[in-house]
Design a protein around this ligand. Structure first.
Ligand code: ATP
Ligand code: MG
Length: 341
C-alpha cells in the first residue's frame, strides 16, 4: 500500500532523510520511531505530497507522490505535527470547509462531521473558535479532519501528543479500530503505545533506516539467544537449589543458569540459551522428569524501549549493522525442525 524506495530529502546542506526504503502492507499499523530530528516528520511530509523528495521515490496505493499527487492526497488522511487550523473559524465550520475541499458530497457532509466529532470527542466544542481551543482539543480536531473523508491511508504525526490520559486511550482505540480497512503510519515517542497498537515498527535515526520489523522479531534478532525465567518447586523440599541448578545446566542448548532466589520452597532461576537455541521444551521436560513441579516458565523479552535505545544510541551503529546482517541471513537459516530431520 505504501512503498518508499531510496528516499532522500535534503534541506540546504542538511540531509534530513538519507536513502531510506520500506514498505507497508494494506491494513497494517506501523509505528514510525526515531529520536528528535531523525527525519520522521520529513518522511511523512514527502508521503503526503507536502514537499517533493530530493531523490528516490514514494508511492501510495500504486500512485507516485510526484507524478500523481492528487490521487495520493485523495487516499490519505494526514495529521501534521502541528495541525493547520484557522483561528477565526468555528470547529464545525472548519470541518465543513475541509470536507468540501476533500470532495465529500454536500449531502453526506453533516453525517460525516457528526461521526468524526463523536469518534474524536469534540461534539461539545463544535461551536468554539479554533483559536480558543486548548492544545488537546486542537489535536482532536486535527485527527477529526484527517479521518473525515474515510481515507484508505492515515499518516499521523504524534497523534496522541498533548492529549489527556482518557483521550490517549480513546485515540488508541480509535486507531486500532481503523486497522484492517485502513493502512496507518504513526509516529510517537510513547513506546508502550507502539507495543499496544502497531504490528510493525520502522526505526530511523539521523535520517537513516536502522530497523524495520515486528517488535518480537527485533527482540529475538537483537538478542540472538533466549533468556527464560523458570520457577521450580521441588516436592517436599527434597532437592536443594544447587541440584536443580545443575540439572537445568545439563539441558541441551543451555549456556548459563543463574539462581535468583528461593522463597517458600519455590526456586527462581534465569536460564540463558546458546545462540539460536530454543530451550523451553527441554527445561520443562527436565523439571517434570525429575519429579519436581514446574510453577512458571516464560521467555524474557527485551522491551521496545531497550531495543530503541540500543538501535538509536549514536555510539552504537554496530547494533543496527548486526541486525541488518541477521536479517539478511535469516531466510537462509534452516529452522530447528528442519535441522532435526
Ligand atoms: N524546514 C526545514 N528546513 C531545514 N531543516 C529542516 C526543516 N525541517 C526539518 N529540518 C531538519 O531535518 C531534520 C529532520 O527533522 P524532522 O522534523 O523530520 O525530525 P523528526 O524525526 O520529526 O523529529 P521530532 O521527533 O523532533 O519531531 C532535522 O535535522 C531538522 O532540523
Ligand atoms: Mg517530527
Amino acid at each position: 500500500m505504501i512503498k518508499v524506495e531510496g528516499l532522500t530529502k535534503r534541506y540546504a546542506r542538511n540531509i534530513a532523510v538519507d536513502n531510506i526504503s520500506f514498505e507497508v502492507e494494506k491494513g497494517q499499523i506501523v509505528g514510525f520511531l526515531g529520536p528528535n530530528g531523525a527525519g520522521k516528520t520529513t518522511t511523512m511530509r514527502v508521503l503526503t505530497c507536502f514537499m517533493p523528495p530530493t531523490s528516490g521515490s514514494a508511492s501510495v496505493a500504486g500512485f507516485d507522490v510526484q507524478q500523481s499527487p492528487m490521487e495520493v492526497k485523495r487516499r490519505i488522511g494526514y495529521l501534521p505535527e502541528t495541525p493547520p487550523l484557522y483561528p477565526d473559524m468555528e470547529v464545525a465550520e472548519y470541518l465543513d470547509f475541509v470536507g468540501r475541499i476533500k470532495g465529500i458530497p454536500t449531502a453526506d457532509l453533516p453525517k460525516r462531521i457528526n461521526d468524526v466529532a463523536e469518534k474524536c470527542a469534540i461534539g461539545d466544542v463544535k461551536k468554539k473558535l479554533l483559536g480558543k481551543l486548548s492544545k488537546g482539543y486542537r489535536q482532536r480536531v486535527g485527527l477529526a479532519q484527517a479521518i473525515l473523508h474515510n481515507p484508505d491511508v492515515l499518516i499521523l504525526d504524534e497523534p496522541t501528543s498533548g492529549l489527556d490520559p482518557h483521550q490517549i486511550i480513546e485515540t488508541r482505540d480509535l486507531i486500532k479500530g481503523l486497522a484492517g480497512d485502513h493502512t496507518i503510519i504513526l509516529s510517537t515517542h510513547i513506546l508502550p503505545e507502539v507495543e499496544q497498537i502497531c504490528g510493525k515498527v520502522i526505526i530511523i535515526a539521523k535520517g537513516k533506516l536502522v530497523a524495520t520489523d515486528s517488535v518480537e522479531n527485533l527482540t529475538s534478532r537483537l538478542r540472538g539467544s533466549e533468556t527464560v525465567a523458570i520457577e521450580v518447586i521441588p516436592q517436599d523440599g527434597s532437592a536443594p537449589p544447587a541440584n536443580v541448578q545443575s540439572r537445568l545446566e545439563q539441558v541441551a542448548g543451555v549456556s548459563r543458569v543463574i539462581h535468583k532466589e528461593s522463597k517458600d520452597g519455590r526456586l527462581h532461576f534465569t536460564v540463558e540459551s546458546l545462540e539460536g537455541r530454543h530451550i523451553r521444551p527441554g527445561l520443562a521436560r527436565a523439571v517434570i522428569e525429575s519429579g519436581w513441579n514446574l510453577n512458571e516458565l516464560h521467555g524474557m523479552a527485551l522491551s521496545l524501549e531497550e531495543i530503541f535505545l540500543e538501535l538509536t544510541a549514536s555510539h552504537k551503529p554496530e547494533a543496527a549493522e548486526a541486525l541488518k546482517e541477521a536479517a539478511a541471513e535469516a531466510p537462509a537459516e534452516p529452522s530447528a525442525e528442519e535441522e532435526s530431520k
